[in-house]
Design a binder for this molecule. Structure first.
Ligand code: HAM
Length: 405
């Protein structure tokens, strides 16, 4: 028997219902905020992720599904959505057109990580990206939108925020940090490497000994330039105005290299060790890094599998029709009714005559509201038999009056 690959799973039954409820709910909210759908390919040139997510990130360094295709191209299954959206934005010349564009997307992402609860190799994200808006009010709006999505889905969460600085304050901070790190012995192998490639990534190392060494490390929030500091204060002010509680997490740096200024994560303490349910931030230099015209960018993505565990589905109600023939002669009439009814309602049928008991059992299993049957008597009298499975009421209706039911 062939099974799905390790860290990959089928979405089916109840999981599929939660999945589509999740997508529908978030899509509606994203559209209300002025976001439009974008679909980008799952396979992209490897260089796209190396240049955006960054060579020093774990994603590019260790986790990419990368291969050479039959045309000798170095390609990769997308590990995240932002890079592809930015590539499309530039390729469609939207950077040159200027103005503000807002996109949302959802679909599978691939990271060759060690699978565990909440950590898959193929997982799904719902994400949004805004281009061309420099105001920190947009960052705040994205956080508020995300919060609204969580509320609509019945999900509780905690918000962590930080500012990662900009090209005018980051280099000095980096120098200060490297100087500090050079005074410390015993950083883990990953941190030794990060110290050279992207020192701020050392700050969120999960290794306990590294964290101990970092206790008195200089912090980003104390080294911001006045613009970054003002923006961060404004972000906090807006969140407070809207009653969104948050925690400033000075060592939150995010695992992707493209961020500057705002960085945020939503975590849940109900789903175990893999507690990050959404993350995002500003990436004002990414469009330029990928050869586009400099354009501001900010966005977030949430992990659908992690969130699915927390979604509170609305009470399920009986919905639609089940229609069945009680004799061979009634099959055509039932088929016609089914085809007509499917134009307006969810309608099930079965392609062979069955007893009333058996049809009622099927209808109940499918959790429909109405069970409709036609047998010899109904055919003769031009009737259909219909039972409302909610109220249990049964009646005969003239076939020409059935449209109104
Ligand atoms: P990220 O933090 O790498 O950000 O991923 C976003 C979310 O995807 C995480 O918070 C988590 O819920 C989920 N996730 C990540 N890896 C896995 C996994 N192996 N298994 C299950 N769920 C996972 C990004 O991907 C950025 N592109 C977000 C962004 C958009 N920033 C700006 N715009």
């Amino acid at each position: 028997m062939i099974n799905a690959l390790r860290g990959m799973k089928d979405t089916i039954g109840e999981d599929a219902e939660v999945y589509s409820y999740f997508i529908d709910t978030c899509t509606k909210i994203a559209k209300n905020y002025g976001f439009e759908l974008i679909e980008t390919p799952i396979l992209e040139e490897t260089a796209l992720f190396k240049r955006s997510v960054g060579e020093s990130s774990d994603i590019v360094g260790k986790e990419m599904y990368q291969f050479i295709d039959k045309g000798d191209n170095d390609v990769c299954l997308r590990p995240e959505g932002t890079a592809g959206v930015v590539r499309a934005f530039i390729q469609q010349k939207m950077d040159k057109a200027g103005g503000i564009r807002r996109f949302f997307y959802h679909g599978p992402m691939f990271r060759y990580e060690r699978p565990q609860k909440g950590r898959l190799r193929q997982f799904h994200q719902f994400g949004v990206e805004t281009f061309g808006e420099s105001s920190v009010k947009e960052d705040a709006t994205l956080v508020l939108m995300l919060k609204e999505m969580f509320e609509a889905l019945g999900i509780g969460s905690k918000l962590q925020i930080n500012s990662l600085g900009c090209p005018s304050c980051m280099p000095q901070y980096r120098e200060k940090l490297v100087h500090f790190l050079n005074t410390k012995e015993g950083l883990c192998e990953d941190c030794q490497r990060r110290k050279q490639t992207n020192p701020i990534r050392v700050l969120d190392c999960k290794n306990e000994y590294c964290q101990k060494l970092l206790e008195d490390a200089p912090l980003l929030k104390d080294n911001l330039c006045s613009t970054c500091r003002d923006d961060f204060e404004e972000l906090k002010r807006i969140l407070e105005t809207f009653g969104v509680s948050y925690e400033v997490t000075p060592k939150l740096v995010r695992g992707l290299d493209y961020y500057s200024k705002t960085a945020f994560e939503f975590v849940s303490d109900e789903i175990g060790a893999q507690s990050a349910i959404a993350g995002g931030g500003r990436y004002d230099r990414l469009v330029e890094f990928l050869d586009g015209k400099p354009t501001f960018g900010v966005g977030f993505a949430m992990g659908i599998e992690r969130l699915s565990e927390l979604v509170k589905m609305p009470q399920k109600s009986r919905e639609g029709f089940y229609m069945g023939a009680l004799c061979e002669e009634a099959m055509d009439s039932i088929s016609r009714l089914v085809f007509d009814r499917r134009k307006s309602d969810k309608t099930f049928t079965i392609y062979e005559p069955k007893s009333l008991k058996s049809h009622l059992k099927n209808a109940d299993k499918l959790y429909v509201k109405f069970c409709v049957c036609i047998g010899e008597d109904e055919l003769r009298d031009g009737n259909i038999w219909i039972k409302n499975l909610e109220s249990k009421e049964e009646r005969l209706v003239k076939i020409e009056d059935f449209k109104g039911v």
